[in-house]
Design a protein around this ligand. Structure first.
Ligand SMILES: Nc1ncnc2c1ncn2[C@@H]1O[C@H](COP(=O)(O)OP(=O)(O)OP(=O)(O)O)[C@@H](O)[C@H]1O
Ligand SMILES: [Mg+2]
Length: 278
């Protein structure tokens, strides 16, 4: 099983300079992280980018997750390929004005999994970032690999060449306190400001009687840290699977779409309150 993407050639230490150069016209980096997998991190990263775009911001998304590179699928661009500039820079795939880069989009064969080891994956992501023509962007939203291990750490560490902040995605459940603790340690270690938490699959609202049920349990965290609570919504899983999240958020007035549409505004307000550059 091989992948068509060339192995990274640059030595690790060299990335700072090329990242500063490549990201020079990006104002803010927002990393989306989660303490564990499958909580909706990629969906939130994509939704945040869509929400920013609908606010009129210039936005790019980087899918830095090798094993579950779901951003292209969520945005319905899994069959597209990035372009290339005359001087050999990678041009992101455009989705209604959102620039998207993912290792997945670089592959000829998208059926086989990538089997590189941790350090190779981090290097490949860093090389991909440094060889991309990002253009001028207000925000680069980064879907980090799940967890708080070596890979997300290395990538986040290098992205600190820009003003950077972070969003944590959680689902309710017994492990929440532990996950939040670990994520905060991770952010402290890297000195990355924390914007707040998105609680995904927070509740289910019965479409008939409108009663709210907290199916997955409660979340015992400081309410001031919560950015939004997103319902467990069967329509949403279909939308995500079909790659139609953008038109769902843009064209619907229902509860879930409205919450997601407001996400960018909430994040931007928090950034201003934290005195971070917007
Ligand atoms: N609020 C929601 N309601 C219903 N389904 C959801 C919701 N949020 C996410 N999902 C579904 O949960 C699954 C996981 O979402 P997603 O891929 O965004 O998670 P992730 O944290 O990025 O996972 P990974 O750790 O594998 O990268 C998807 O199939 C998505 O359709
Ligand atoms: Mg994901």
């Amino acid at each position: 099983m091989t992948s068509s993407y060339r192995l990274p050639s640059q030595p690790f230490e060299d990335f700072t300079k090329s990242l500063i150069d490549s990201l020079r016209n990006i104002k803010n980096v927002i990393v989306v992280l989660s303490g564990k997998g499958g909580v909706g991190k990629s969906f939130i990263a994509a939704s945040l980018a869509i929400s920013f775009k609908l606010m009129g911001r210039d936005v790019a998304v980087l899918d830095a997750d090798f094993h579950g590179p779901s951003i292209p699928w969520i945005l319905g661009i899994e069959d597209r390929y990035p372009g290339v500039t005359i001087d050999g820079k990678i041009v992101p795939v455009d989705v209604e004005g959102i620039s998207v880069i993912s290792i997945e989009l670089m592959l000829d064969d998208r059926k086989n999994p990538i089997i590189w080891r941790g350090p190779m994956k981090s290097k490949a992501i860093l090389e991909l970032i440094s060889k991309t023509f990002w253009g001028s962007k207000d925000y680069l939203v980064v879907d980090l690999p799940p967890g708080t291990g070596d890979e997300p750490l290395t990538i986040a560490q290098y992205l600190r060449v820009k003003p950077i902040a972070s969003i944590l995605v959680l689902t309710p459940g017994a492990m929440v306190k532990h996950i939040v603790e670990k994520a905060k340690q991770f952010l402290n270690l890297l000195n990355i400001p924390f914007i707040g938490t998105v609680i995904n699959m927070s509740y289910y609202r019965c479409p008939q009687c409108r009663t709210v049920t907290r199916i997955l349990g409660s979340v015992d965290i400081d309410p001031r840290e919560v950015l939004v609570e997103i319902p467990l919504d069967p329509q949403l899983s279909q939308v995500i699977e079909r790659g139609t999240l953008l038109s769902f958020i843009k064209n619907n007035e229902n509860e879930t779409a409205t919450i997601l549409r407001n996400l960018g505004r909430i994040v931007e307000d928090r950034l201003k309150n934290l005195n971070l550059r917007v």
